[in-house]
Ligand binder design. Structure first.
Ligand SMILES: NC(=O)c1ccc[n+]([C@@H]2O[C@H](COP(=O)([O-])OP(=O)(O)OC[C@H]3O[C@@H](n4cnc5c(N)ncnc54)[C@H](O)[C@@H]3O)[C@@H](O)[C@H]2O)c1
Length: 322
């Protein structure tokens, strides 16, 4: 495969694991990771890393020229919970970076762009169950406003300038190698770390808050599958609904108890409850499944088993080295 890929915001939850997978496919030297902060994660990997601000179009262009980049994955963003605390910053980062990258593709410096949207693009008036691809979209967070706006910018650049931009509306992404970066679904990652470290967790959402989720391996695979799909199979140029599993904090805690029987969960909802209540509970992703053959591999039980096994092995290794 002869692509050279630049990842903007590679030091984050998704970027770290995407870097590893892309390097295994395209080769270490052909995947350039970049971020505005040093990442311990990337220091441990082979392959180039650049300090790069995703809002600085000229600096991105210089990096594209330096490495002869053909594709950009734009992952830098301020997420839902942090975005509500810094609305102006969230809008500025999320939109300026997207328009910079879309312009670079329009000017033919790169051939393909990946940019993720989110279930946050939906809102309180959206049907909550099996949310369709095309439906009412009236987001109530600044993050959601930036995602729905970004989706239409992507579609506009595709329609007007032929830019090959592809996008997925990620649900909450659950991982154990990298920690989350300030989203409303972060509890479903934190809970595993606390379960293994302390045997208990205080959840910032109510026990019955159902949200769509996905294990990181599935999210990374879906992203690369979409980018590798034949352009004629990509029928949606706003952003694809994508789904795997949905559960509540109570259901997840019961799954964890199968592996850690003494695990205890308490609930103390905060401002993130209102954000979660405005989002869908389950997603209809039939377009992704029929148009580019998406299918998920992990359900709640295989995901829980995999995460706990890995976190316990990591903990035992740390104890051995102390
Ligand atoms: N993680 C999820 O559950 C989830 C769900 C839906 C959508 N998404 C989307 O996926 C993308 C990646 O999310 P994530 O969870 O990895 O986010 P994250 O917060 O973990 O990582 C974002 C990274 O961007 C970097 N960054 C911030 N400002 C930057 C700038 N100006 N220039 C370059 N880098 C900058 C940060 O240092 C960080 O490493 C985002 O667009 C997010 O909206 C994530």
């Amino acid at each position: 495969m002869s692509e050279t890929i630049l990842i903007l915001g590679a030091g984050g939850q998704i970027g770290g694991e995407l870097t590893i997978k892309l390097r295994s496919i395209y080769g270490d030297d052909n995947v350039i990771a970049s971020d505005i902060r040093e990442s311990i994660f990337h220091q441990a990997l082979n392959g180039p890393f650049e300090m790069l601000d995703a809002t600085n179009k000229e600096a991105i262009l210089a990096t594209i020229k330096k490495y002869k980049v053909t594709q950009v994955y734009l992952l830098a963003a301020l997420l839902s919970a942090t975005g509500e605390q810094f609305p102006g910053k969230a809008w500025d980062l999320n939109m300026t970076s997207l328009l910079a990258v879309l312009d670079l593709a329009k000017e033919k410096h790169i051939k393909q762009v990946y940019w993720p949207s989110s279930i946050a693009a939906f809102g309180p008036t959206t049907p909550k169950q099996n949310t369709p691809q095309r439906t009412i979209m009236e987001p109530s967070t600044v993050y959601g406003i930036s995602k729905i706006s970004g989706e239409f910018w992507c579609n506009y650049y595709y329609e007007k300038y032929g830019v090959d931009v592809r996008s997925i509306r990620y649900p909450g992404i659950i991982s154990w190698k990298t920690k989350p970066g300030g989203g409303t679904t972060d509890y479903a990652v934190d809970i595993f770390f606390k379960a293994v470290e302390q045997g208990s967790y205080e959840c910032f959402l109510r026990e019955d808050t159902r949200l769509p989720m996905m294990y990181m391996q599935d999210a990374v695979d879906a992203t690369i599958q979409l980018m590798q799909a034949d352009a004629k199979d990509i029928k949606i140029r706003t952003s694809y609904n994508l789904s795997a599993i949905d559960f509540t904090p109570k259901e997840l805690s019961e799954e964890i108890k199968k592996h850690i029987p003494n695990f205890e969960i308490t609930y103390k909802p905060d401002f993130r409850q209102e954000i979660a209540d405005s989002w869908p509970q389950s997603i209809d992703d039939s377009h992704a499944r029929t148009e580019w053959n998406w299918s998920h591999k992990f359900d709640i039980s295989s995901m829980t088993q995999d995460i706990i096994k890995n976190l316990q092995a990591q903990k035992n290794q740390e104890l051995e080295t102390v």
